[in-house]
Ligand binder design. Structure first.
Ligand code: NAP
Length: 316
């Protein structure tokens, strides 16, 4: 495993992080969670990503049960997120929920579900551009001061909003966002798989490279498209709708070809593409099965040259 430092947090974070949106992080999945996280820690992984909204709280509760059973809180770099709109039983979103009160309330509930007194990284899960970021930054600084969060950042915020929020922080002698969490995979979605989220486009990637600003990227396997598999979490139809463009099929074909020469799978090459971005990167993967996790971890063996990166992204 490789590690990087995020904002001088005491624990370096593994460059592959484990996502927890799969259904095993819910009622009845504890045995599979034990096996999955044990394999991840065994491989040197420590970053585990959850959110207040995942499974309507089931993901955090499942992680809380694991933390209680295992007693391994100190080995984990724990990430959670808050301020997502409410989602009803049919998947319809309510209005934005972005306010100091929502940060405080969601974080309190997250910590209670997780059975811990702090998380190592806290992310605002969505943005509401009509909300002033000053009070949000002040609240996040107060939570950090209180020891309930370590670093903090934004997920699905534009880089313009992150820049503006960080200017506010600098002008007021406060800490700003130190992590951005958009989607990023070799395959580029033709529409967003998760409504209202943001994928890192070319200018976002340049922004990260210019500042060496850390990214915690999600859907790094394009929800399973990278491996050409049907998954438990997403139907073939959903993945096809978002990722089956001619360009993405060609990107996957190139990844498979490059992998064949190295004894690796196309999925491992696609993940290596994310891990080889020229800025600090933590790539989240969301497997529910240990063999799938192990395949993803195999991507660490591959370093890609600039030329190979360009070839995979259809630039050469
Ligand atoms: N901040 C945000 O807005 C946001 C949005 C989306 C996701 N996330 C986070 O990012 C994590 C990862 O995103 P994701 O779940 O969309 O994406 P992903 O890692 O791109 O895709 C996961 C899917 O790929 C399948 N898969 C097939 N082969 C695999 C392999 N070798 N290794 C791993 N997975 C394989 C998995 O199937 P099996 O289940 O069969 O293993 C799973 O259904 C989430 O769990 C969540 O924590 C954050």
């Amino acid at each position: 495993m490789r590690y990087l430092d995020i904002n001088r947090e005491p624990r370096p974070v593994s460059v592959i992080g484990l996502g927890t949106t799969s259904t095993i992080f819910g009622p009845g999945g504890d045995d599979r969670v034990d096996a999955l996280i044990a394999a991840f820690l065994e491989a040197g992984g420590n970053c585990i990503d959850t959110a207040h909204i995942y499974g309507m709280g089931q993901s955090e509760k499942a992680l809380g049960r694991w933390l209680g059973r295992s007693g391994r809180r100190d080995e984990v770099f724990l990430v959670t997120k808050g301020c997502h709109p409410q989602v009803d039983a049919d998947g319809r979103f309510g209005p934005p929920r972005m306010s100091p009160e929502a940060i405080e309330g969601d974080l309190s509930e997250s910590l209670e579900r997780l059975g811990t007194d702090h998380v190592d990284l806290y992310l605002l899960h969505r943005d509401d551009e009509s909300v002033e970021f000053g009070p949000l930054i002040e609240t996040l600084n107060a939570e950090k001061e209180a020891g309930r969060i370590g670093a903090f950042g934004a997920s699905n915020w534009t880089i313009d909003r992150i820049d503006a929020a960080n200017r506010y922080a600098a002008d007021h002698d406060l800490e700003g966002f130190t992590v951005n969490s958009p989607g990023l995979s070799l395959a580029r979605p033709t529409e967003m798989f998760y409504p209202g989220t943001l994928f890192a486009d070319d200018s976002t990637r340049r922004w990260h490279a210019d500042r060496q600003f850390p990214m915690l990227a999600w859907s790094t396997l394009a929800a399973g498209f990278a491996g050409g598999t049907t998954t438990e979490a997403s139907s073939v139809d959903e993945v096809a709708r978002v990722y089956f463009s001619d360009d993405n099929l060609e990107r996957r074909r190139r990844a498979e070809g490059l992998g064949r020469d190295r004894g690796l799978t196309g999925l491992q090459v696609a993940l290596a593409f994310v891990l080889s971005q020229p800025f600090p990167m933590v790539a989240l993967v969301g497997p529910s099965k240990v063999p799938n996790l192990n395949e993803a971890l195999g991507a660490l063996e591959l370093g890609l040259t600039e030329q190979e990166m360009a070839y995979l992204d259809l630039e050469g």
